[in-house]
Design a protein around this ligand. Structure first.
Ligand code: ADP
Length: 343
């Protein structure tokens, strides 16, 4: 269903040529990206000239067409200018971090936050100053996972002071969400909330800012992905086809907005049975690894299903703190070392 709608969107968009390059707005054109999720369409048109007027006409006509597609509930078209975005982000998303890494996933519940927390702790154990930003507007969970429930306080400059545990500085978008926050987030709202998470927080100097993105490929992901400051993204997926299909959309989104994909991690790869001590590949085998090969992006490793890992998250003590010498912690540390060497 969503693939059909996406292909209909491109049927309409390819009727228009990019006023600047004269190339049709079709899927292989890097200056358009479209995503469809839960009835909502998000289209980004990237403008490489300063004059965005002709794009506004195209955006209006395109919206009219897309709104007619049965199954489409809302259409959001954003016109983004490479130069403008760069300036905007430099102004609005100020942070003194050497590297900013976004942790993404196509679906919720695949272990993205668990990975973000443990990667952060692993990087910290290598002597890095690490900030962890929970930007998951749909289910912020990082404060709980690092065992911190209190709301952050403000400093004298009216900036939020990150909560701190295990030498990690952490801030969650959950702290600024109202209880009745809308389930559909529009571009400008996401932009404003994220801006507050950067500019409105006293992060200090960081070597790494790890961002736990919301699952999927909506406005929040696009907004952040288009930040010129992002060093790259990591995609977390489970090995089965349904999860990989969504992860693929994430890969394509980052590619379209020219964000380096630092790698794919396969989580819940297998289960080691207490009785027979054998590996059981519950969600099929090597799915994410094959996907990484297909897309020619690094495969960072596979993490098994582990009851203790789940308990550690619930208890607010990340695996890399609770049992730093355990097999799973070692895997997180290996990934952290590899990234640290590459960046
Ligand atoms: P996401 O951020 O993708 O929504 P979470 O990191 O919140 O996913 O993980 C969802 C649930 O699965 C949590 O209860 C977490 O503790 C558990 N979990 C994640 N990875 C594993 C794993 N490898 N083994 C066991 N439980 C896991």
């Amino acid at each position: 269903m969503s693939d059909e709608i996406l292909s209909l969107i491109y049927t309409f968009s390819r009727k228009f040529n990019d006023p600047n390059t004269n190339l049709a707005f079709e899927p292989k054109n890097k200056n358009i990206s479209a995503v469809f999720k839960n009835g909502n369409v998000n289209v980004a048109l990237s403008v490489s000239s300063k004059n965005d007027e002709p794009y506004k006409d195209i955006s209006r006509l395109l919206r009219k067409n897309i709104e007619q597609i049965p199954g489409v509930l809302s259409v959001n078209i954003i016109i983004t200018s490479n130069t403008k975005i760069k300036n905007d982000f430099e102004k609005k998303f100020q942070i003194d971090a050497k590297n900013i890494i976004a942790i993404a996933s196509g679906k919720g519940g695949v272990g993205k936050s668990t990975f973000a927390v443990n990667l952060s702790v692993a990087l910290q154990s290598l002597g890095m100053r690490v900030g962890l930003l929970d930007a998951d507007i749909y289910g912020p969970s990082i404060p709980r996972m690092i065992g911190f429930g209190k709301k952050p306080e403000m400093n004298s400059d009216k900036k939020l002071i990150p909560i701190e545990n295990y030498n990690l500085k952490c801030m969650s978008i959950g702290f600024i969400l109202e209880d009745d926050a809308p389930t559909i987030w529009r571009g400008p709202m996401v932009m404003k909330a994220l801006e507050q998470m950067f500019n409105g927080v006293d992060w200090g100097k960081l070597d790494y800012l790890i961002i736990d993105l919301p699952p999927g490929t909506g406005d929040a992901q696009l907004t952040l992905a288009q930040s010129s400051k992002l060093s790259g993204s990591i995609i977390v997926s489970t090995p089965q086809d349904v999860a990989l299909a969504d992860a693929r959309k994430g890969i394509n989104m980052f590619k379209k907005v020219n964000v380096d994909i630092l790698g794919i991690v396969e989580n819940m790869s297998y289960f080691i049975c207490d009785n027979c001590n054998e590996q059981h590949f519950i969600f099929s085998k090597d799915g994410a690894k094959k996907e990484a090969e297909k897309f020619k992006v690094p495969f960072l490793g596979n993490i098994p299903i582990d009851k203790r890992l789940r308990e550690q998250s619930d208890e607010g003590i990340p695996a890399c703190i609770d049992n730093p010498d355990g097999e799973i912690s070692k895997q997180f540390i290996t990934i952290a070392k590899e990234l640290n060497q590459r960046l």
